[in-house]
Design a protein around this ligand. Structure first.
Ligand code: SAH
Length: 283
């Protein structure tokens, strides 16, 4: 069935033949797409999408050819090169190309590499940002990435590097010491190591942590735990990637901001989880 999704009146840009628009699809929920993304979906001849892009979003480009570019094992760098060159070929063939990536294309998504390759080959590009899982995914779990009483900065970290190991270039001790709130992408495989780094640098075992899997999708699961128990709790609850891990006291805010739970009729567990005094607006 062809679905039409209308855009509000605006001077929307035209996706010209031979162009590649590199676009974020958001963390999952199709409603978290930007209007520029929707405008692109309606015009594309080809949509090249990644593993984490929801099917429903592709349904909004029924006229386009859909090409899956997710990575299934193999050598990541070789596959990445193939994807970038495929984009070049499609653009040179005069297609209107939409490259759709999960979350934001420039956040741990190799979007910078793809865009660079395109420019190096003389292909005109447009970048359409998206809502990154580390912000929007946590918001769906009721966790604000910043809160005045908790943090004045937030650190986004990838849990593995190009070789699949815990990034050795990262100074985990400095991150642990300098960041009140740490948001980890791709962290599930090495969560034990990451937690050990945090503990070794002095973060307490009682420090609140959350794991949000399949954030913003109907399969979303949230684990509230601590640095001391995160590894065992992930194993016990069968939590699987894709997941965002958040370390820091902002996780406590979920006790009052689990808006999805509240929409299901659950009451807030604690109206003042940070102990700032009630009511909040009088502070
Ligand atoms: N560009 C993406 C991140 C790509 S890296 C963005 O900005 O969100 C892939 C990692 O993102 C996953 O391993 C996971 O850590 C995270 N991620 C992406 N979508 C997610 C989702 N719906 N729920 C939880 N984590 C997600």
């Amino acid at each position: 069935m062809t679905q039409t999704v209308n855009l509000p009146a605006f001077d929307w840009p035209t996706l010209q033949p031979g162009w590649v628009w590199l676009c974020g699809a958001g963390p999952g929920d199709p409603g978290l797409l930007t209007l520029h993304a929707l405008n692109a979906l309606r015009q594309a001849d080809v949509v090249i999408y990644d593993a984490l892009v929801q099917e429903a979003i592709l349904d909004w480009a029924p006229q386009a050819e859909h090409i899956y570019a997710g990575k299934r094992g193999g050598k990541p760098s070789a596959v990445q090169r193939d994807i970038s060159l495929r984009l070049v070929d499609l653009a040179r063939a005069g297609k209107r190309v939409l490259r759709l990536k999960g979350g934001d294309p420039f956040v741990f998504g190799r979007g910078g590499e793809e865009a660079q390759t395109l420019v190096q080959h003389g292909i005109p590009v447009r970048i359409i940002p998206g809502i990154s899982a580390g912000i929007g995914g946590l918001a769906y779990a009721g966790i604000p990435v910043t809160h005045r009483d908790v943090n004045q900065s937030v650190t986004f970290v990838t849990g593995h590097d190009q070789s699949g190991n815990t990034p050795s270039a990262l100074d985990w001790a400095s991150i642990a010491k300098g960041s009140q709130v740490i948001v980890i992408y791709m962290g599930m495989k090495h969560v034990a190591q990451i937690a050990a780094h945090m503990r070794a640098a002095g973060r307490p075992a009682s420090e609140p942590c959350a794991v949000v899997t399949n954030a913003t999708t109907p399969d979303q699961q949230v684990l509230e735990t601590t640095l001391g128990t995160i590894v065992d709790d992930i194993a016990a609850g069968n939590f699987e990637p894709p997941a965002i891990i958040c370390i820091g006291r902002s996780v406590l805010m979920r006790q009052v901001l689990d808006w999805q739970g509240m929409a299901q009729g659950e009451g807030p567990r604690n109206l003042d989880p940070l102990g700032r005094g009630l009511p909040a607006e009088s502070a």
